[in-house]
Design a protein around this ligand. Sequence first.
Ligand code: ATP
Length: 334
Amino acid sequence: MIEVCGLHKQFKTPVVKEGRFAGLRTLFTREYRMKEAVKDISFTISQGDFVGYIGPNGAGKSTTIKMLTGILHPSSGEVKIGGINPHHNRRHVAKRLGVVFGQRSQLWWDLPVKDSYDILAHMYKVASSEKEKRLDELGELLDLKEFWLTPVRKLSLGQRMRADIAASMLHDPDVLFLDEPTIGLDVTAKRSIRGFLKKLNSEYGKTILLTTHDMDDIEQLCQRVMVINHGKLSYEGTIGNLRDKIGLPTRIHVTFHGTYQMPIPKDLSLPVELGLDAEHTFQIVEASSHEIHIEANRQQVKAMDILRMVSGWGEVADIHMEEPDFEDIIHRIY
Ligand SMILES: Nc1ncnc2c1ncn2[C@@H]1O[C@H](COP(=O)(O)OP(=O)(O)OP(=O)(O)O)[C@@H](O)[C@H]1O
């Protein structure tokens, strides 16, 4: 569905002079600096995939999305959406794409929301009956009707984002590029947008590429994640594999009925390392009269093996596993 091969983007910016008449001298300068925003990126996204595209500020995410939509021309490399190059046939590809830039609205600021939809439907040549049908459906799903006739500038951020997402769906595209659609939203607004995006993907089969700094968006929505850093892809795969790759420990909390007997003295200062054998080790990081907390790298030791061992120490009442926090994992790779 989306094929990206050896994508590069360089920006040429004038070197800004310092000192007196700097602006004027910069204007006439012939000195430029090259900025490589995207370096040799290749990936494929299949139909119906929901992929997260993450990376620190300035990593090259928006530049990539702009190249995918045909807004920016790559310095080299190729993009194909449904087999078509958006730079050779932008209009054709635009019909299949819905795009939301969370930081910038595509709606007309002073017009009521519905008027913006009329203009967009006209631009995309959506028939009137089809437009009404789609607006009915989107209005219902995104709860738009309460602010249908309100000018865009008077909407709350959450309402504006819902209105923008609906605008991107008016021509019923099969691919959606969403650049930070939950930025600045409160918990309830985020939940409502996530619920809608989940539905679009699972029930309507839309292919979605999502850029976000909110790791909950990624965890709750994406089957796959791509990490970009300094313009290069540094990881592509599932969130689970990313966890394993980074090797942050899983925390296992074991509660016993009554007391338990560890094979080490309880007054020993913790953490202490235990092992199934020399290579398969885990750590006891906390221990109280009825409870122990264990940290283990699940690539090295299976949780079941640990549980088998601790069940020999006493009667296990409850077990709770805490996977490493996704924010921490991402922090490690940035
Ligand atoms: N039009 C431009 N001219 C010059 N440099 C640019 C231009 N657009 C982006 N850049 C530079 O390219 C790099 C990548 O920018 P980009 O906006 O793609 O990052 P991003 O990953 O989307 O960041 P953020 O998370 O902050 O939105 C940055 O160093 C940015 O300053």
